[in-house]
Design a protein. Structure first.
Length: 317
């Protein structure tokens, strides 16, 4: 029997999807790729394959999960299997440099960014930002890993040369202009099947690590996704959202064969939009969804069901 196969490395983030698949009675199998083997002499099973591999896997002790996933996806694609969020999506997931280049190629404005490897190179790269606030972040990241705000070159120097410097898992640190939102929020646009689902406004007043997952709220002390108040919830789905940039985003996703993603942007005081993240392992906030009556994982489960039904129909023909 053909199934939906879920490629991932985090049970907590996948549980919400499998519950929806169970509700819809969609057959599935989860492949947790922290460890494993790929027999290149064998053909993969028939089915629909959906990757939820995360750039932040190393923070959960799964250092080489993306590399193993890349091998598995290459194997699947070589055999002509339908892979949703396949090899190209994974390339973008693990590299913000690749994301920014692709966004700019589609006319989407990104913050000025310099990539650097080596402490001396990080300091050298920061020199053009001197006199203005700037941030550092990890090239391969998730949950806002490595994001630090600096108001001076000296502050960066003390951090980089001090004991608290956080080495990126791929060695690449990004130095980026700081875009200040006058109301301290960012917007995250969710897409399923390449189509826009909803936009959520995220309060950034507590910090930069903005993972929307419920597991983040409960278990990650560095993720300011918990402690919501009725007066000002951290995540709010926006009604009647109609920014024209959505069309550009959909072209980026289509041209890179990305089927499911969350894309984040920030507006400065002049209303200029800067896009700074494509998350192909997107999660959804249950409180915000319940308040709005919109459910990302349900839409994703329906999309996977449609893909599986289409495969089964094609096989019968």
């Amino acid at each position: 029997m053909k199934k939906v196969y879920i490629i991932h490395e985090n049970d907590e983030w996948t549980d919400h999807l499998t519950k929806r698949l169970n509700e819809l009675q969609v057959p599935y199998e989860a492949w947790h790729l922290d460890q494993g083997t790929v027999n290149l002499a064998e053909a993969p099973p028939e089915g629909i394959f959906y990757s939820r591999m995360s750039a932040s896997s190393h923070t959960r002790g799964h250092r080489y999960a993306p590399e193993l996933a890349a091998s598995v996806i290459a194997w699947l694609e070589a055999h002509g299997r339908k892979v949703l969020n396949g090899s190209r999506a994974l390339q973008l997931e693990v590299s913000k440099v690749v994301q920014y280049l692709e966004l700019e190629a589609h006319g989407v404005k990104t913050p000025k960014t310099i990539a650097a490897v080596g402490k001396d190179q990080i300091l050298q790269a920061a020199e053009p930002f001197s006199g203005k606030p700037f941030i550092t972040k990890h090239n391969r990241a998730g949950k806002g890993l490595g994001v630090q705000l600096f108001h001076s070159y000296q502050g960066l120097k003390e951090y980089v040369l001090g004991p608290d410097f956080e080495e990126p898992v791929d060695g690449i640190t990004l130095i980026q202009e700081y875009i200040e939102s006058p109301e301290s929020y960012i917007t995250r646009c969710e897409f399923v099947g390449g189509k826009f689902v909803y936009a959520v406004r995220v309060d950034t007043s507590e910090g930069f690590e903005l993972c929307p997952a419920d597991a983040c709220q409960i278990g990650d002390l560095f993720c300011p996704a918990g402690e919501e108040t009725p007066a000002k919830p951290k995540f709010q789905i926006q009604e009647n959202f109609n920014e024209s940039i959505i069309e550009n985003y959909m072209r980026v996703l289509a041209d890179n064969k990305i089927h499911v993603a969350g894309i984040e942007f920030i507006k400065d005081k002049d209303g200029t939009i800067y896009t700074y993240d494509i998350n192909t392992n997107t999660n959804y906030n249950s409180d915000a969804e319940a308040a709005a009556g919109k459910y990302g994982m349900l839409e994703l489960a329906k999309f996977l069901q449609q893909q599986l039904d289409s495969l089964n129909a094609a096989t019968v023909q």
